[in-house]
Design a protein around this ligand. Structure first.
Ligand code: GTP
Ligand code: SPV
Ligand code: MN
Length: 633
């Protein structure tokens, strides 16, 4: 690159202090670290090796600083409670930016800023931002180190809480640095809590800044995050890299980066299937990933609970890895009755953030047990009694989380860290919909399935700032996580599907665990009972592939297992195994109902939604909308 770059090139080029992925040679990582240090001016720099000793040192430091409170080692060995600043509890979508060179490449669903302008702004914001602090350099791998689907990155951060969390959520260590030294391209990711300390100034337990930035440069594959210590804003391997940057890489390289859990399902006769499922934040991925089936003879094993990278394998199947190494799961609603596997997973060596503290040094949140303890310290450090709960004051923040190694999960599959991934048989899209969307529907084909994914809407949850309960479109459950124009993401899905051999192409489904009856209560019991839907799904996969029904199918022989509706195939009467379920009268019909008038209105909204993307919407999806309208009559 010459010194006389054009304006456009200058916008694209990693600036003086960001070198990262674009530079060649073994020295580039240390050069880049030096440049970031020159800008942010930390007191010292520590290169992390991901060792157990290093982790313990950081944990001790965090306890001393008051960031972490050790829990009772008898009840919860090796575990800690963190209480964040009350303002730093969720992802900040309004402060998340995609700085592609061309605004159209970010698309209408992202906040776009001109790369050059954003770089100038970041230079100001990060100048001296690490003063008085230690800058940690964390080399990490997304996916098994050196695997064919894996990628590496380096996060520099001034937060030891982030370092420890990255050590749980990703693979950190020497081997990663060795790969980078050997020339592997890495994603450079800079994080600062944005709270420099003057000489002699006391630190606070949770340093952060009211001004936040979560910035992505998809072309140069860089991440800059400022002002927050919270998960998705600060653990940059997760949403920033594994979804936003990776969606740009995936588009360029022919693979898929998705907000999906992955499970292995084994039927009573030992047939094996892999499912990947995309639900928006706080809509049930971790729960489905750890499902304990109520149907006898079925097993579900966990491969991933939040993110999947998928790529056509040498055998022609679509193979998925979980790029993460841990779970950053929603605490509220997670209890022995709903998710016993999660409860067993976090029985030790877990960091809990923004949950309540019991008098005997353990944790509690709404839904962990049916009845709360008689006294707690709430997530903000205030006394809490059940009377406060009755007044609607939550003991735990609705987006409180546990951070724990995947290997601690009792149902983790022995293939969960296979570098080659697992072959996906079914792809499932879901959301939180009180009405309209049936419990389960099978797409009429890949293009219709992509249409289903593209048009998902869901009621907003506490996982991000915003109004909980508001219905919004969340295509592919990627609305906050797509680093490219969302319509290009759909086009990419169509291309990837077309390249797969029809016999090996996954079947696509849509599910909704959250449909409500007229009294406002959920019609479907959910959780372990979702195994009934999973059983129907894999039976449909078998039939689509001509493998014939399994003996455990609720409907054997030639009896119809599915009924065609305008929105897809739903279980035929008797095809969904609901034996032993205590469903209210008419609940099953209500769960599978496809109200035509509401769906016509929904189709109009889909057209409006598509129109936001103009001519970038693939013609095949416009055709799917026409076909839906035709089926609706
Ligand atoms: P993120 O980590 O934010 O991406 O969330 P997630 O998609 O992994 O959601 P998670 O499984 O943590 O579930 C979020 C909330 O939904 C929890 O309070 C669960 O108890 C609740 N939930 C999960 N599955 C079901 C279900 O089948 N039925 C009902 N009614 N609630 C569910
Ligand atoms: C989500 O919000 O989808 C999460 C938590 O999984 S975060 O890591 O904050 O994105
Ligand atoms: Mn998530």
């Amino acid at each position: 690159r010459t010194r006389q770059a054009t304006t456009a090139e200058a916008d694209l080029a990693p600036s003086a202090f960001t070198a990262g992925a674009r530079l060649e040679g073994a020295r580039r990582a240390s050069e880049w670290v030096r440049e970031v240090a020159a800008l942010t001016q930390p007191d010292r720099i520590v290169w992390c090796d991901g060792s157990a000793a290093e982790k313990q040192e950081l944990l001790d430091l965090l306890v001393e600083a008051g960031t972490l409170l050790p829990l009772d080692p008898e009840r919860r060995p090796g575990s800690y409670l963190a209480r964040s600043a009350p303002s730093d509890v969720a992802r900040v979508e309004s402060r998340t930016f995609i700085c592609s060179k061309d605004e159209a490449d970010a698309g209408p669903t992202n906040n776009w800023r001109k790369p050059g302008a954003m770089r100038a702004e970041l230079r100001e914001v990060f100048a001296g931002s690490m003063r008085g602090r230690t800058m940690y350099v964390v080399p990490f791998s997304m996916g098994p180190v050196g695997g064919p689907i894996s990628q590496v990155g380096i996060e520099v951060t001034d937060s030891p809480y982030v370092v420890v969390s990255m050590g749980v959520m990703t693979r950190v260590g020497r081997e990663v640095m060795d790969l980078i030294d050997a020339g592997a391209p890495f994603v450079p990711a800079v994080h600062s809590v944005g709270a420099p300390l003057a000489p002699g100034q006391d630190d606070v337990a949770w340093p952060c800044n009211d001004t936040k930035y979560v910035v992505h440069f998809p072309e140069s594959r860089e991440i800059w995050s400022y002002g927050s210590g919270y998960g998705g804003n600060a653990l940059l391997g997760k949403k920033c890299f594994a979804l936003r940057i990776a969606s740009a890489m995936a588009r360029d390289e022919g693979w898929l980066a998705e907000h999906m859990l992955v499970i292995r399902v084994t039927s009573p006769e030992g047939r094996r299937y892999h499912l990947a499922a995309a639900f928006p934040s706080a809509c049930g991925k971790t729960n489905l990933a750890m499902l304990r089936p109520t149907l006898p003879g079925w097993t579900v094993e966990t491969i991933g609970d939040d993110i999947a990278w998928l790529r056509q394998g040498p055998d022609g199947t679509l193979r998925a890895i979980n790029p993460e190494a841990g779970f950053f799961g929603v605490a509220p609603g997670t209890g022995v009755d709903t998710n016993p596997n999660a409860v067993a997973t976090f029985d030790r060596d877990t960091i809990f953030t923004n949950v309540a503290l019991t008098d005997d040094g353990d944790v509690w949140w709404e839904g962990l047990t049916p009845e709360p303890p008689t006294h707690l310290v709430d997530w903000q450090g205030q006394d809490w009694t059940p009377a406060d709960g009755a007044d609607g004051r939550k003991a735990a923040h609705p987006n409180s989380r546990f951070t724990v190694a995947a290997s601690q999960c009792p149902t983790i599959a022995d293939t969960w860290d296979d570098p080659a991934g697992v072959p996906i048989d079914a792809i499932v899209f879901g959301g939180r919909r009180a009405s309209n969307v049936p419990l389960v529907a099978q797409a009429y084909g890949w293009e219709h399935g992509v249409f289903m994914g593209a048009t998902i809407s869901s009621e907003q949850t506490a996982a991000a700032e915003g109004t909980v309960g508001e219905l919004r479109r969340d295509p592919f459950a990627m609305l906050p996580f797509c680093g490219i124009n969302m319509a290009d993401h759909w086009a990419h899905w169509l291309r990837v599907g077309a390249a797969l051999d029809a016999a090996k192409r996954p079947e696509i489904f849509q599910v909704n665990w959250f449909r409500k009856g007229p009294d406002g209560s959920f019609l479907w019991p959910g959780f372990g009972e979702n195994a009934r839907v999973v059983a129907w799904i894999v039976d449909q996969v078998d039939r689509a592939r001509g493998a014939g029904p399994s003996a455990s199918s609720a409907t054997t022989g030639s009896a119809a297992t599915a009924t065609a509706t305008p929105v897809g195939r739903v279980p035929a009467p008797g095809a969904l195994d609901v034996g032993g379920l205590d469903l209210p009268d008419g609940a099953l019909d209500a769960l599978l109902d496809v109200p035509v008038a509401s769906w016509r209105a929904e189709a109009d909204l889909t057209q409006e939604f598509f129109d936001r993307f103009g001519d970038r919407v693939p013609a095949a999806l416009r055709a799917e909308l026409d076909a839906l309208r035709e089926r609706l009559g």
